[in-house]
Ligand binder design. Structure first.
Ligand SMILES: [Zn+2]
Length: 251
């Protein structure tokens, strides 16, 4: 499988960057994991949006799904999606309608958000929405998908993508330190894990990892490769890498 990081920003976008978005491709099949702010524009630099088969949302935080809005507008209003010829496009009887896999409660949440400007069905009409359950095992073209609930501020799911040769990508989504992700990612080929915080939350509930904690999760899971994500461009990437590497290699 080919993995493209479209956006790795935390909840506020990097300069010129995008929030959470990862394009996974194999044999002409395209799966988009998360669709945060700015991701739709980045997606279009790598892949035609009508060729995306499925979009998978890990959890209902803005930085992980907000660009479903421009994506939905494209699927709804783009000339080539219309049933009649428009501006050189021939018209189609089968407009693209990608599958949208999102956690329980997503339909209500999406309806609530887009109803603010009077388009309640925008996302559901544009996509074929399916709310997944934690125990679901789904197929997306050549990929097999599994889920693991991880602790965060809202219900959140790590995702495993396995290709036909058995190669595994584990995406940790957003999470506080936990054992579930370590078990889920055991011996994975690539663990894509957040390292959001320069230091642990000082007060209240924890919801994210430091780069050192991310590295520690990778070490405990025996992940073959570790890629840190969801950190700001206001942090030194070399410091992030070093922190994670020290924890990942510690025996
Ligand atoms: Zn989050």
């Amino acid at each position: 499988m080919r993995i493209t990081v479209l956006g790795k920003s935390p909840a506020w976008s990097d300069a010129g960057g995008a929030c959470s978005g990862y394009l996974v491709q194999e044999d002409g099949h395209a799966l988009l994991i998360d669709c945060g702010s700015g991701v739709f524009s980045k997606l279009r630099e790598h892949c035609d949006y009508v060729d995306v088969s499925s979009v998978l949302v890990s959890h209902l935080h803005a930085d992980h799904f907000l660009d479903l809005v421009p994506f939905s507008y494209a699927l709804t209003y783009a000339p080539r999606q219309q049933p009649v010829p428009v501006a050189g496009w021939p018209g189609t009887a089968a407009p693209a309608r990608p599958r949208l896999l999102a956690p329980i409660g997503a339909a209500d949440a999406f309806r609530h958000i887009v109803s603010c400007w009077g388009q309640e069905g925008l996302i559901e009409d544009a996509f074929d929405l399916h709310e997944y359950q934690p125990w679901d095992e789904l197929e997306s073209g050549p990929f097999h998908l599994r889920f693991c609930e991880v602790p965060h501020f809202t219900r959140t799911f790590a995702v495993e993508v396995t290709d036909p040769s058995g190669h595994r990508l584990t995406f940790g989504a957003d999470c506080s330190p936990n054992d579930q992700l370590v078990e889920f990612a055991r011996d994975t080929d690539l663990l894509l894990i957040e390292g959001t915080l320069p230091r642990p939350e000082r007060t209240g509930e924890r919801g994210h990892l430091t780069p050192g904690e991310a590295g520690d999760h990778g070490r405990r899971a025996h992940a073959r490769r570790l890629v840190l994500t969801h950190y700001s461009d206001e942090l030194d990437p070399e410091w992030i890498r070093t922190q994670a590497a020290v924890s990942h290699q510690r025996v």
